[in-house]
Design a protein around this ligand. Structure first.
Ligand code: KG4
Ligand code: ZN
Length: 344
């Protein structure tokens, strides 16, 4: 079965074409990164408008890269949520239109569930029960995975997502948006032990995350404690690198510690990571240093960020032979499927 995946939950219009949930035939992305960089964040209304302009050319580019015509597409999978409402609507409208024009079934899939599937794409079989770790610009959570489509929420952030914290600290350091890769690059030149930052703890919820205190720590370090006096501390390039390294080390170590704790809380057989921050190579090193006892699966680097391949791949598993209806709605706050909160 050949599935065309459409992803427009945020600022990238991404198309993937995947055969039988595993073989990537095309991976095309129309990135709006440069446009939103001027606002140091995503400008939602413009993201939706730009998707309208770029979606069809990106679909054509993907079909042409795979040397396929619309006739070869057996299913259209599209992100139905969570995400920005205008962006989601652009992708959903395209999917519904192509469903009618090509006479091809379509289904809506869950964006964050697809981030986890990105790490499952490259192996022949999936391993359950396993732990899923989504670390992106909009989400940070740990789930027990019983099967594709069946998850149990173990921990989540009570404030900022990890990628959002990287983006905010990058802005404080005068780095471009999105900040994750810039912080990672700068941190390579810095001393991770220079500043005693601390990641947040959530009372009574040992697997939950909190990054807003850490961000404030960084803010005070950069601007000085007397913010109201506007006495900004002059930071040298080395100071900035040390801030980036100290912040990154603490934030990523927090992810590793809580991941290991969560994996120990049930008979876990594997760990799957996904989302933009899973691209960070220091995070991969930290997992190795922690000598995690079970296999840890990462998406291919180009599949860590938002992409249509993960949507097409997951769509293959979600499709039960029946198309969704044209009344399918975008769900900006769609939770991961079959989620029940754990008592941990
Ligand atoms: O998964 P994604 O493309 O979009 C969402 O679904 O949110 O993730 C984008 C986020 C941004 O916040 C970006 O700064 C972060 O992932 N990111 C990183 C790295 N590369 C991207 N964070 C840390 N280290 C990186 N190397
Ligand atoms: Zn995403």
């Amino acid at each position: 079965m050949i599935v065309l995946g459409i992803e427009t939950s945020c600022d990238d219009a991404a198309i993937g074409i995947v055969e039988n949930g595993k073989t990537i035939l095309a991976h095309a992305v129309s990135s709006q990164g440069d446009f939103h960089a001027q606002y140091k964040g995503v400008y939602p209304e413009m993201a939706a408008r730009l998707h309208v302009d770029t979606l069809l050319p990106t679909i054509e580019a993907a079909l042409s890269a795979a040397s396929l015509t619309p006739k070869s597409i057996d299913l259209i999978a599209v992100t139905k949520g969570p995400g920005l409402i205008g962006s989601l609507l652009a992708g959903l409208s395209a999917a519904k239109t192509l469903h009618l024009a090509w006479n091809t079934p379509f289904i809506g899939v869950n964006h964050v569930e697809a981030h986890l599937y990105a790490a499952m794409l490259s192996s022949k079989t999936e391993i359950f029960p396993s732990l899923g770790v989504v670390i992106s610009g909009g989400h940070t959570f740990l789930v027990k995975i019983d099967a594709i489509g069946s998850y149990q929420l173990l921990g989540t952030t009570v404030d900022d997502a990890i990628g959002e914290a990287f983006d905010k600290v990058a802005t404080l350091l005068g780095l471009p948006y999105p900040g994750g890769p810039h912080i990672e690059a700068l941190a390579k030149k810095g001393n991770p032990n220079r500043f005693p930052f601390r990641a947040g703890r959530v009372k009574g919820r040992r697997l939950d995350f909190s990054f807003s205190g850490l961000k404030t720590n960084v803010l005070y370090t950069i601007k000085g404690q007397n913010l109201h006096l506007k006495e900004a501390v002059e930071l040298t390039d080395q100071d900035k690198a040390d801030v980036a390294a100290s912040f990154q080390e603490v934030a990523l170590s927090d992810i590793v510690e809580k991941t290991v704790l969560a994996a120990d809380s049930f008979p876990c057989e594997a760990i799957y990571l996904g989302g933009g921050a899973s691209q960070n190579l220091r995070l991969r090193e930290l997992f190795q240093e922690r000598s995690c006892q079970m296999p840890v699966y990462w998406p291919e680097p180009e599949l860590c960020l938002d992409n249509g391949v993960m949507i097409a791949g997951l769509g293959f598993h979600v499709f039960k032979g029946v198309s969704d209806l044209l009344t399918l709605e975008a769900e900006p706050r769609l939770p991961i499927p079959s989620t029940v909160s754990s008592p941990l």
